[in-house]
Design a protein around this ligand. Sequence first.
Ligand SMILES: Cc1cc2nc3c(=O)[nH]c(=O)nc-3n(C[C@H](O)[C@H](O)[C@H](O)COP(=O)(O)OP(=O)(O)OC[C@H]3O[C@@H](n4cnc5c(N)ncnc54)[C@H](O)[C@@H]3O)c2cc1C
Length: 510
Amino acid sequence: MSSHPKPSFGFLLLLLLLLLSVQPLILCLSTDALPPPTVCIVGSGIGGSSVAHFLRHYFRPTPSQPNPPNIEIFERRSVVGGRMATVTIGGDTFEAGASILHPKNYHARNYSKLLGLKVKPPPSSEDDDSMSLGIWDGKKFVFKTLEVDSKFPWVQKIVSYFNSFQMFFRYGFSLLKMNNFVESTVDSFLKYYESPERRPIFETVDEMLKWAGLYDLTTRTLQDELVHIKMSPLMIEELVTVITRINYGQSVSISGLAGAVSLAGSGGGLWAIEGGNYQMAAGLIKISNVSLHMNEEIESISYLGEYYELNSTKGNSYSCDVTVVATPLDEVNIQFTPSVSIPARKLQHTHATFVRGILNPAYFGLRTVAEIPELVGTLEDPDIPFSSISVLVQHDENDVTYKVFSRELMTDALLDSIFSARLQTVRINWGAYPHYKAPEVFAPFILDGQHLYYINAFENAASTMETSAVAAENVARLILSRYFSETHLHSTISNLKSKIPDADTLHTNL
Ligand SMILES: Cc1cc2nc3c(=O)[nH]c(=O)nc-3n(C[C@H](O)[C@H](O)[C@H](O)COP(=O)(O)OP(=O)(O)OC[C@H]3O[C@@H](n4cnc5c(N)ncnc54)[C@H](O)[C@@H]3O)c2cc1C
């Protein structure tokens, strides 16, 4: 019988010491062997900056990927923030694009705390409760709330009660129905803030919406949804239309989900970042240890087997292990090799025209400027040349800064008929948000089955700062689970093959 000699305690101790001294070497070797992967992000809006933030936030080293990724963000413009941008008129700064946040926009709330940004209510024009509203049908105001500028709070209170009564008299319990519709949609949306342990990582927008119970709302129009809950036709034709025209520049034929999001943006408790919402993107980029390439437009993205090559208009080439597209692909000119297919989508253009001057009461059939409501909303009529006009700030009786939203350019001739004086005019033509329809068809989050991601696939559900952040958080988790965890990688890719939509259902080759 052979017997194995028992290792002595001294031998075991020596072995342990040896192992301990070698372990850092092993770690060090693996660190050297695997250079940090590079994640390239095209676009520095809230989507691009959020994905960078969440990549940093969720990254945990693993034996196969011990190093956090290098993150490179490319921005074609000279400022970060994309559709979060400010405009300066007469020394005052206003939001030119995304202006209001909902009280339950929790990522944005967290960003403001994390970055130490000051929060404020939006200008009165964007907070329905504190302003006078008129609904213009092209010839007359079909509905008008009272405005009394009194220094006595009790007078303001009485006016506010009177306005609520007026609203109730016209629209009745439809107001309550609208509120319930919005609340239940917001409640479903709150599922996206559940802890990551309880929340799946979604490979498609359809899955993501179905999980929260929001998908069905994208299959029917807002009008259909509201008829279904027995909202009065008058309320749909007037108040609801006014809101969808202001928030999405579109009619009630947008999808039920985009509609609910739009209506949520007309409630109370709305807020904004003092000095400009774009500071959320700027701050996230700053704290996420990112290499930021400003004024650098990406013109091509090619998959070269192991990595992506990004070429910019500056003539530079970048090698990226993972690439994230954080901008709508509908109007940008990026050449993909191999080509990628996404459903055809039109962007709704919104012309934001800022005018410092004074409105012409005669245009509205009125005698004095004071009779014109602070927010003029409009009905769906092709003859009305604007969607809304709102007061941003009143300097004095004859000096007011207004924001006009319209679907077409506001020509000088047109502005001269609406305004009796104009000191300054600034025009911005936004490729603002998708032109919504029902049923919606969604582009994939993963464009090529590899590591090319598309955050703005989610924009067909709704376009807001918060929805971009929510989609970016999911994409960050998707990247970490697919690229940074080998075990996930293989299963995800094989899963994906069955999930990528058929070429037949995809329309646009990019
Ligand atoms: C007039 C208007 C009003 C709005 N109001 C609100 C509101 O009140 N509340 C709200 O929450 N949302 C609002 N929105 C919607 C909101 O602005 C968007 O949903 C959100 O900002 C989208 O962010 P994003 O990062 O996905 O895209 P973007 O902000 O569009 O960012 C994309 C970035 O990518 C850059 N880029 C594009 N192509 C390239 C390229 N090839 N190379 C390098 N860089 C590139 C662009 O310059 C841009 O900076 C509004 C939008 C508009 C236009």
